[in-house]
Design a protein around this ligand. Structure first.
Ligand SMILES: [Zn+2]
Length: 454
């Protein structure tokens, strides 16, 4: 009897020291959010890759090839169709809230975010986005505001967060003078601020806290330019994530990094399929960076890739094209429709007669011949009339992009978000918990468990 007791004691002692009942724990977490990236957006990107390879169905995104795949519902507390603030809050806190609200529940009670919990327990925190750093999705991880448009207050939450690394577009404030003060405020808060590649290369682990702002920004909203419009070698998602890994890995408690492909949503709002594809591909390139890290730390890393909602109701197939799709036509488009809104003055000045309208629409973006229907002619003529009367030329690129998207075979149902579930992909420690169908609020709860946050 004594011998058995002694044996049990030894087993318990070994369990305590070695931790034989301990669950594996994620020390490093990559949380990817494609804003507006539903199944349609992912499929469109895969079709484009396959078409470039001239083989139907042969190419897969890296995110779609991860071993665990699931789906998450996206409704908010007050609508079947969520906005990015409510969805961001769900993905950051595990609680539903009303559209427009950030980091608060429907009764405006402040919710602690997964990033704040991780920070409190010694993790290094990175927040990366292609849009403004105080926009809804990044803001959902550090801000608590009942109105997502209160950019100045969201900026103040950002400064107070003490998070280790921010990278993305500019910090946006409506009043120009206040926006100009932000870099000084960041420095005062202890951040090393970089706004170009040279300064980015000067960012080193010894500096403690960092803000990296992209070097090719959209002049209208301060986000990082769309991939299709960006200058060569501009700072993008891959650079921002590589830098995060370089700076945060030396911190000994591990890290939590949120990476948002924010402009998938912007492109989908204007139903610009080619731009959606290029933004999804950029996010997928960033997933590759995380996967390379995972391969070096497979027992301590978790990668989750999901979306806050779908945008545009994008589907593969439409009434005109029926069973045909030509994703290769996307390669003909050289700029986003957004770029054309602001950069078509030269083209317009060459427009001398209404008869030139077709060639005008053609020349805006596409090198391949478009086939116009009677309805298209009417749309284009109306857009031209609007331009003549008001000098607002935005409708002309819209008309052109609509024709191209139809010819590719895309179907768009809206210029807003939709309420369909979004895909979730995962690999690494605890990844198996993300298979199946669940709610978006379950995602941060499961990540917290895998990180063993209290
Ligand atoms: Zn949106």
């Amino acid at each position: 009897m004594k011998k058995i007791k002694f044996f049990l004691l030894i087993v318990v002692a070994i369990c305590i020291t070695v931790g034989c009942h301990q669950q594996p724990k994620a020390k490093y977490v990559f949380y990817f959010i494609g804003d507006g990236m539903g199944l349609g957006q992912r499929t469109a990107a895969e079709m484009y890759l396959s078409a470039m390879d001239e083989q139907i169905g042969q190419k897969t995104l890296l995110m779609d090839s991860l071993p665990i795949q699931g789906f998450a519902s996206t409704y908010s507390a007050n609508s079947y169709v969520t906005c990015s603030a409510a969805a961001g809050t769900a993905l950051a806190t595990g609680t539903k809230t009303k559209n427009g609200m950030l980091g608060m529940d429907s009764d405006t009670a402040i919710l602690q975010t997964i990033a704040e919990k991780a920070k409190a327990q010694g993790k290094a925190i990175g927040i990366i986005t292609t849009v403004m750093l105080n926009h809804a999705t990044p803001g959902a991880f550090y801000a608590h505001q009942s109105n997502r448009d209160q950019f100045e207050d969201i900026k103040n939450w950002m400064l107070k967060s003490d998070f280790d690394y921010f990278a993305g577009g500019q910090i946006y404030i409506k009043e120009h003078e206040k926006m100009q003060n932000v870099p000084a405020e960041l420095k005062e808060a202890g951040y090393f601020v970089a706004t170009n590649r040279e300064e980015m290369n000067q960012m080193v682990p010894e500096q403690n806290k960092w803000v990296l702002i992209g070097d090719d920004l959209d002049s209208t909203n301060s986000s990082i330019k769309f991939v299709m419009d960006r200058k060569e070698n501009a700072i993008g998602l891959v650079d921002m994530l590589q830098k995060a890994i370089e700076l945060l890995t030396p911190k000994d408690q591990g890290f939590f990094i949120m990476i948002e492909g924010g402009k998938i949503d912007f492109a989908a709002h204007v139903n610009d399929g080619a731009s959606v594809v290029h933004e999804v591909l950029e996010l997928d390139d960033a997933v590759r960076v995380a996967l390379d890290f995972y391969k070096k730390h497979p027992k301590e890393t978790l990668i989750v890739v999901t979306a806050d909602h779908e945008t545009g109701g994008l589907t593969m197939g439409n009434r005109t094209m029926k069973y045909k799709m030509f994703p290769e036509k996307l390669a003909e488009q050289k700029h986003t429709v957004n770029y054309l809104y602001y950069n078509n003055d030269t083209l317009l000045s060459q427009l001398k007669a209404e008869e030139d309208l077709y060639s005008f629409v053609q020349s805006m973006s596409f090198s391949h011949p478009l086939s116009f229907s009677g309805k298209d002619s009417l749309d284009i003529f109306k857009a031209y009339q609007k331009f003549v009367e008001t000098h607002n030329s935005e409708k002309l690129p819209d008309a052109a992009i609509k024709i191209l998207n139809r010819e590719v075979g895309f179907g768009w149902t809206t210029g807003k978000h939709t309420g369909t579930p979004v895909p979730v992909s995962a690999i690494g420690v605890g990844a198996e918990q993300f298979s199946g169908m669940y709610d978006n609020t379950d995602i941060p709860k499961r990540i917290e468990k895998i990180m063993q946050l209290k």
